[in-house]
Design a protein around this ligand. Structure first.
Ligand code: AMP
Ligand code: GLY
Length: 444
């Protein structure tokens, strides 16, 4: 079977890795940068922007692709899946309309309200700064401010984290509207949800979903959850599939919300096929929806795909045949800690073109997994770009051991200008999250 994976990041490296564990697969790739990990696995690749729909379709046709998987969201918004479908190429990813669940944050909130799906937040969208101001004042400036469209996970600002008070909120509202950040002169303002975040990834065949273990991502750049939001600096998951602050009931509630969203999409005439991602906040008032993504999470898929025991290609085929109800995702019951290596200055002004030395054999000896992200390779040397460079995933029964393995592996990744959030997955940080939830629940 010829399988084409779109995207050249660490998430896509992990997808390629999962695909390659199936038998009789010939792997192809379209990527913007030459990902050294994918390069090794693929029989052929095209170096091209993932958003160049015409080139991707042409490449898929030329290589008689039987199954196509899409890592990032941007090509979905451009209708890549619709074009592939017209050309009879099976794709495990949502159409442009179904992907609006991620690409249009206003549409997502409206859908969730229309179908009375649990986990809603008070929200409003505004093109008028004065009206936005009144709404912010009504919510005592305890808000999250979001561009409507895609911003690579970097456009959201939250009260207390990135700004304080109405004046600072308004200044960002103006910036979003005036500069059309996220594509339109409009802003989404939501009630700030207070609690602990978790990610639930699932596969959908349009009517059934099957879920992966829960994961906690770390969006903030700096240790102690400070600094700007990034694409994600690292993440962890636990052997029982839950998180230290997340009960089975909470998990089930998240899964039920995802299922209701897939059902709502069906009713709207956009059957959802592919991976779906729920970002939730566990609050003292239950679970709230923060965002829904039309793809796997990055880094979160690196916590779950390496543990997958069910054949990944079989799962993909079931997504296409609408036979997921007969399937269950089997994963190893192990804990994982994933940490990204990013260029120094990432989040502000990345140091580009800096050499990173990766002792791959030594990393392998620790038992950790290594996934390359956005790097350039020249003469067997690896250099930073402006984006995240590579991710290392420690895997063990206990989370503490997974974190130690991850750090041991990271000691074999060297560079004068790299940055890592070493606090991810440490006992101290996890305990802080547990205490936070106990505190919030106590004050209910
Ligand atoms: P998003 O790109 O929508 O995932 O937002 C980035 C991050 O901002 C999320 O992971 C949350 O940490 C935070 N965030 C977004 N919306 C809210 C909200 N309504 N309340 C609190 N935090 C939020
Ligand atoms: N880790 C956040 C995302 O994939 O959107």
């Amino acid at each position: 079977m010829n399988v084409l994976v779109i995207g050249g990041g660490a998430r896509e490296h992990a997808i390629c890795d999962a695909v390659s564990r199936s038998e009789n697969v010939t792997l192809f790739s379209v990527m913007k940068n030459l990902n050294p990990g994918i390069e090794r696995m693929a029989v052929d690749y095209l170096l091209e922007k993932e958003t160049n729909v015409d080139r991707v379709v042409e490449y898929a046709k030329k290589n008689n692709i039987d199954l196509l998987l899409v890592g990032p969201e941007a090509p979905l918004e451009l209708g890549l899946v619709d074009e592939l479908t017209k050309n009879n190429i099976n794709t495990c990813a949502p159409t442009r309309d179904a992907a609006r669940i991620e690409t249009d944050k206003e549409w997502m909130r409206n859908l969730v309200r229309k179908y009375k799906i649990p986990g809603q937040l008070t929200y409003g969208t505004f093109s008028d700064v004065e009206k936005a101001k009144r709404f912010i004042e009504e919510l005592n400036a305890e808000v999250a401010i979001k561009p409507i469209g895609l911003t690579g996970g970097k456009g959201v600002r939250v009260a207390g984290d990135h700004f304080n008070g109405t004046d600072e909120a308004i200044s960002y509202v103006k910036e979003v509207i005036e500069n059309k950040i996220g594509g339109v002169a409009k802003v989404l303002i939501e009630e700030k949800a207070i609690g602990e975040e978790f990610t639930l990834q699932a596969l959908s065949d349009g009517s059934t979903i099957v879920t992966f273990p829960a994961v906690q991502d770390h969006k903030r750049l700096l240790p102690g959850d400070r600094g700007p939001n990034t694409g994600g600096m690292g993440s962890y998951s636990c052997a029982d599939g839950l998180l230290p602050f997340l009960s089975q009931d909470d998990y089930n509630e998240g899964a039920s919300i995802l299922k209701k969203i897939v059902d709502a999409l069906n009713k709207e005439g956009c059957r959802y096929v592919g991976p779906i991602y729920g970002q939730f906040m566990l609050t003292s008032k239950g679970i709230k929806i923060i965002e829904i993504n039309a793809r796997f999470g990055d880094p979160e898929n690196m916590n779950v795909l390496p543990l997958l025991q069910t054949d990944f290609i079989e799962l993909c085929t079931s997504m296409l045949d609408e036979t997921l109800s007969n399937k269950k995702i089997q994963v190893q019951e192990r804990s994982t800690v994933c940490k990204y290596v990013v260029p120094e200055g990432y989040g502000f002004k990345s140091m580009v073109g800096e050499k990173i030395h990766v002792g791959e054999e030594f990393v392998k000896d620790t038992g950790a997994e290594l996934f390359f992200a956005s790097v350039n390779k020249k003469n067997n040397d690896i250099f930073t770009t402006s984006s995240r460079s590579l991710a290392v995933v420690g895997i063990a029964d206990e989370i503490g051991d997974a974190e130690k393995i991850c750090e041991e592996a990271l000691s074999h990744v060297k560079g004068d200008h790299i940055f890592i959030r070493h606090d991810i997955g440490t006992e101290d940080l996890i305990q802080k999250r547990v205490n936070h939830m106990i505190e919030l629940r106590g004050s209910r």
